[in-house]
Design a protein around this ligand. Sequence first.
Ligand SMILES: Cc1ncc(COP(=O)(O)O)c(C=O)c1O
Length: 402
Amino acid sequence: MIGGSILYCEIINKDKKYHIPAYARYNLAIGSGKGAKAYDVDGREFIDFTSGIGVNSLGYSDKGWAKAVAAQAGKLQHVSNLYFSPVTAELAEVLCEQTDYAKAFFCNSGAEANECAIKIARKYSFDKYGPGRNKIITLNNSFHGRTLATLTATGQNAMHNWFFPFAEGFDYAAAGDIGELIKKADNTTCGVILEIIQGEGGVVPLSGDYLEEVAALCRAKDILLIIDEVQTGVGRTGRFLAAEHYGIQADITTLAKGLGGGLPIGACLCKEFLGNVLSAGTHGTTFGGNPVACAGALYVMQKIGDPEFLDLVETKGSYMREKITYMPGVKSVRGMGLMIGIELENGVSSDIAKKCIDNGLIVLTAKSLLRLLPPLNISYKDINKGLSLLNAVLSKNTGETI
Ligand SMILES: Cc1ncc(COP(=O)(O)O)c(C=O)c1O
């Protein structure tokens, strides 16, 4: 049993007393980390297969990343968006060159990146067609954030409670059903938002055929296709963008999570014809494009932009999926690259996640699945160590061994 020390108890008591209890936290207080290893406040080691829900793309406290971030913090930590900042301009250039987009807007989170995308879609349509063409269609089982608009965009009824009234102008279609999308995409529709793999929804991939049909429908009706790559982007699936697996480029792509390597940054990338939709005064954020966050992101881009690095993400992901397939109690394994969903025969993933922590391994859940999002540069040594811990937990759980 972990988490019983005086230090640990002091931390959780303070947190429980002073922090709004919006999170169901595990019995774990992480004090430091190195690479794919996290250490709790009492110094106990864990293999971390989560990277902070896909955020620490280069693991904990990567040396080069920490140096780049510290150097920028020592030089200039913030500059208002009323002025130009060299590091922010450089990140915009690097991101656009990497993804073949024309322009970037920086914000602080995935939800904010999606808010920006929604605003571009609505204003593009307003400028071109006038009022009334403002509907955004999203897919059932999607997740797009926790702000009021992105919560509304999230296609899960369970999320549409308590906070009424929700934002107007959203509709939902079944993921994978092009017929339903065609019916719903009427002349009041300005945008469609989707994830290539629904992450929070349980690592559910959309098919290439469906994605191509959606892209063709959007093109034919001048509806903007927005791909939310907050979780799948920045190399997570073995390509810089998951859409690259299908040769699709959305009109707008949103990024966050892994982009800053652990610092809060989101980006909304758009094609040339959308580049001037958000003119001065129509959108903004105090912290967006923060130089320290951008310096972290530039370091991440330098590493992850390398095709060999991305190939390794793909290879390591296949290796992990293959090994997990044969573990006891595993019904199926899905995902791409280092975004992995594990369907268990008994389906009770949160219990298993707790048992993993007790055994020195940190994993995520998504609906009834276990979800793994390890650091993109995780070593085979740490992969094998983590897999053997997972195997031990699953074996104990089913009474089998492999
Ligand atoms: C696909 C997707 N979009 C948006 C978000 C929201 O990002 P954030 O929590 O940074 O606002 C998430 C977070 O899990 C996500 O997975």
